[in-house]
Write a protein that binds this ligand. Structure first.
Ligand SMILES: Nc1nc2c(ncn2[C@@H]2O[C@H](COP(=O)(O)OP(=O)(O)OP(=O)(O)O)[C@@H](O)[C@H]2O)c(=O)[nH]1
Ligand SMILES: [Mg+2]
Length: 352
C-alpha cells in the first residue's frame, strides 16, 4: 500500500492530481482543509494505492508514464486492464463515497447562506416598480387617501376565505387589551366553518377577553348591545364563497346605517389588481371604509399596496406581516406604506 498526500487550491484539483498520479483505483483515505499563510487555505487529499492492485496491471510505479498508460489505456481513456474483485468490498464503497463526500463539501460552500435571501427579495421588490411590474405606475395621491386611523368603537373584518381575518382580529384585540389597556370584547360570526369557533375561543382565552359566538348575522345587533361596557369591539366574520349571497345580505342589513361600526376589507397583499377590484365589488354592500392588507411577508411586489387604496378609495389603518400573534401587525403611516410599496423599506422592520 502506497500513501501519498496532494495539496491544491480546490478539492477537484487535488483529486485530479491524485488520480493522475495513482490511477483510477486510488483510494481517497481522507480530505481536509489546511491553512496557507495568514488568510489563505488549500485542500489536502490523502490517497492510497494498493500494491497488489498495481501488481495486477503490471509491475510499474504509480505516477510513471508506464503506469498511466496501463491504467488509462494508450489515449488516457477507459482503463486497459482494471483490477476486478467479486462483489462490493468496503474498500470499493469508500472509493465511491470519498469523491461524493468531497463534491458535497464543495457544493455546501457554493450554496449561499439562506440569510441572504430576504435582502435579495427586498432588492427585487425595489426593482419591480422601475421595471413596470404590477399594475401601472404608483398613483400621485395625497396621504389621506392612503392611510387613516381607526376611529370607531366596533371594528368588523370582512373578506374572502383564508385571508387572515381571525388571526388579524386576535392581533388587534391583543394590542388593544394588553398594550393599550382597553376593555375589549370579541364577537364571532364564524359558526359556518368547522373549528371556526374554537379558533376565536382559543385566542380570546389567551388574551383574556370575552367572546360571543353569534350563529346568525341578524343576532349581531343584540350581541353588540350586550357588549356595552367594552371600549373596543372586534367582530370576526366567516369568509364566504361568492355564491353564498344570503349570509352576505343578512350581514349587510345589520351593518347598514350603524355609525359606530368600521368595516375593514381584509385582503392579502399579493392579490392581483383585477382580483382585488372583484373582491371590493362583492363586499361593497357591507360598506367597507378601510382596506386591511395581510400577508405582506408573502408578497413579492408591493406596488398594489398604495395603488389599491387609491383606486378603491379605501385608506389603510393596519397591515399584517406574518403569522405571529400579536407581533406581526403594524399601524402604518403614509410614508411607511409608500416605502414598503417602493421597496425602499423592508417588511417586518418598522422604520425609525
Ligand atoms: N404569512 C402570513 N400568514 C398569515 C398572516 N395572517 C394570517 N396568516 C395565516 O393565514 C392562515 C389563515 O388565517 P385565518 O386568520 O384563519 O384566515 P381567515 O380569513 O379567518 O379564514 P376563514 O375564517 O376561513 O375565512 C393561517 O394559517 C394564518 O396563520 C400574515 O400576515 N402572514
Ligand atoms: Mg376566520
Amino acid at each position: 500500500m502506497k500513501i501519498r498526500k496532494y495539496r491544491a487550491a480546490t478539492m477537484r484539483e487535488a483529486l485530479a492530481e491524485a488520480k493522475r498520479e495513482l490511477g483510477p483505483d486510488a483510494l481517497i483515505v481522507s480530505t481536509r482543509e489546511v491553512r496557507r499563510g495568514v488568510l489563505g487555505s488549500e485542500v489536502e487529499v490523502t490517497a492510497a494505492i494498493d500494491d497488489d492492485g498495481a501488481t495486477a496491471v503490471g509491475p510499474v510505479e504509480a505516477g510513471t508514464p508506464a503506469f498511466a498508460a496501463q491504467a488509462y489505456g494508450p489515449r488516457g481513456a477507459a482503463p486497459a486492464v482494471a483490477p476486478r474483485r467479486g462483489g462490493l468490498e468496503e474498500i470499493d464503497i469508500e472509493r465511491i463515497m470519498a469523491p461524493l463526500r468531497a463534491e458535497l463539501r464543495s457544493l455546501r460552500s457554493i450554496i449561499r447562506p439562506l440569510g441572504e435571501v430576504p435582502h435579495e427579495l427586498s432588492a427585487l421588490r425595489a426593482a419591480l416598480p422601475r421595471a413596470g411590474g404590477g399594475a401601472g405606475a404608483a398613483p400621485d395621491v395625497g396621504d389621506d387617501a392612503l392611510v387613516a386611523p381607526s376611529q370607531r368603537r366596533v371594528v368588523v373584518l370582512v373578506g374572502p376565505t383564508g385571508v387572515g381575518k381571525t388571526t388579524t382580529l386576535a392581533k388587534l384585540a391583543a394590542r388593544a387589551a394588553l398594550v393599550e389597556r382597553r376593555r375589549v370584547a370579541l364577537i364571532s360570526l364564524d359558526d359556518y366553518r368547522v373549528g371556526g369557533a374554537d379558533q376565536i375561543r382559543t385566542y380570546a382565552d389567551l388574551i383574556g377577553v370575552p367572546v360571543r359566538l353569534v350563529d346568525d348575522p341578524t343576532r349581531l345587533r343584540g350581541a353588540l348591545d350586550a357588549c356595552r361596557d367594552a371600549e373596543r369591539i372586534f367582530v370576526d366574520t366567516a369568509g364566504r364563497s361568492p355564491r353564498d349571497r344570503e349570509a352576505m345580505w343578512a350581514l349587510e342589513r345589520v351593518l347598514d346605517g350603524r355609525d359606530d361600526v368600521e368595516v375593514h376589507l381584509t385582503v392579502p397583499a399579493a392579490t392581483a389588481p383585477e382580483h382585488l377590484d372583484a373582491i371590493a365589488r362583492r363586499h361593497q354592500g357591507l360598506g367597507p371604509v378601510r382596506l386591511l392588507w395581510t400577508k405582506l411577508d408573502e408578497a413579492l411586489g408591493l406596488g398594489e399596496l398604495i395603488r389599491g387604496p387609491a383606486r378603491l378609495g379605501l385608506p389603510v389603518t393596519w397591515v399584517t406581516t406574518g403569522q405571529r400573534v400579536p407581533e406581526d401587525l403594524e399601524a402604518v403611516t403614509a410614508a411607511r406604506l409608500r416605502g414598503l410599496a417602493a421597496g425602499t423599506e423592508a417588511v417586518g422592520e418598522v422604520a425609525a
